[in-house]
Design a protein around this ligand. Structure first.
Ligand code: PGA
Length: 297
């Protein structure tokens, strides 16, 4: 049995995820020598080098990388245990959900309604893009997540709960703004703004046009929906975005949804967790609430 401490695991986790002793020290409110010391002791206990330094950067060694999967798992389990005890002690319940960036336009409203029904809930929501979220799920770093349909191979339990329609947006005076039934071929004459690699919206858009045999001209790449909307308004190109993410600008007349054949691209939102994960009663309640509240997808 390894004689290591939870403190060492926490320090390891902070260094492994930031790949920086100084950032880890900062996040843990420790000094850098204290962090180095904990890692040194952990390396002694485990009998392997967990990090290696190349130039100014540090990297996980192969052993470090493997060990990282276990440490994340242990810390996540500990978090689950803490949540369960807090609930049992009647001290209120914690609900942490991680959402793909586009879902941040629909989840807060649902979370607010849930918290009104369960006022003892302390909710927190992390926002990141789809790929980062899938990585975190694969490493058991997040419990409940909301995103577009996850890939089969990850052995996740995913339940769909709401539609997510992707539409083409344009500035209001765009030459196509008043046209109806715009063909997909016509879109080939336009330049499209595109979300960053790892975005679910981007994957869906690329898949859709590839299936239709359409090759779009893509221009500027932007890493948030907000930036896509601003750039589309400014005339930098057309955008493809979730209707929920652009609802405000569409309603207030700052952006137009183009009437394009075969659009909207129909997607769904999914509530996702690892298969076999023991959900706390609050997590279970939130999951059922989402499905009931929004109806079958
Ligand atoms: P996003 O979308 O990563 O483009 O914000 C979420 C998803 O479709 O999973």
């Amino acid at each position: 049995m390894l004689h290591l401490t939870l403190r060492q695991l926490r320090v390891f986790e902070a260094v492994a995820s930031s790949l920086s002793y100084s950032r880890a020290a900062e996040s843990l409110f420790l000094t850098q020598p204290a962090v180095s010391m904990q890692i040194k002791q952990l390396e002694e206990v485990t009998g392997v080098n967990l990090f290696e330094q190349l130039g100014k950067k540090i990297y996980l060694t192969e052993a470090g990388n493997e060990f990282h999967h276990y440490s994340r798992n242990i810390l996540q389990q500990l978090q689950d245990a803490e949540n369960m005890l807090t609930e049992l002690k009647g001290l209120g319940s914690k609900l942490t959900i991680s959402v793909a960036s586009t879902a941040s336009y629909i989840v807060p409203k649902l979370l607010a309604a849930f918290c009104q029904l369960h006022p003892q809930t302390k909710a927190s929501m992390n926002v990141t893009n789809r790929e980062t979220l899938l990585n975190q799920m694969a490493h058991n770093e997040v419990g409940l997540a909301i995103m577009g349909q996850p890939p089969e191979k990850l052995k996740l339990e995913a339940t769909s709960f709401m539609q997510n329609q992707l539409v083409v947006i344009a500035p209001i005076h765009h030459p196509l703004a008043e046209e109806r039934d715009i063909s997909l071929n016509r879109l080939q004459q336009e330049t499209f703004l595109i979300r960053e690699q790892g975005s679910g919206t981007r994957v869906a858009m690329e898949r859709f046009f590839a299936e239709q045999g359409i090759k779009l001209t893509t221009g500027t790449e932007m890493s948030t929906n907000e930036a896509i909307k601003q750039a589309a308004q400014a005339g930098m190109g057309l955008g493809i975005i979730s209707l929920d993410a652009a609802a405000l600008e569409i309603e207030s007349g700052r952006l137009r949804v183009l009437n394009v054949q075969a659009f909207p691209i129909m997607r769904h939102w999914y509530i996702v967790h690892r298969r076999g994960k023991k959900l706390s009663s609050t997590e279970k309640a939130f999951k059922s609430f989402l499905i009931q509240e929004t109806g079958p997808a």
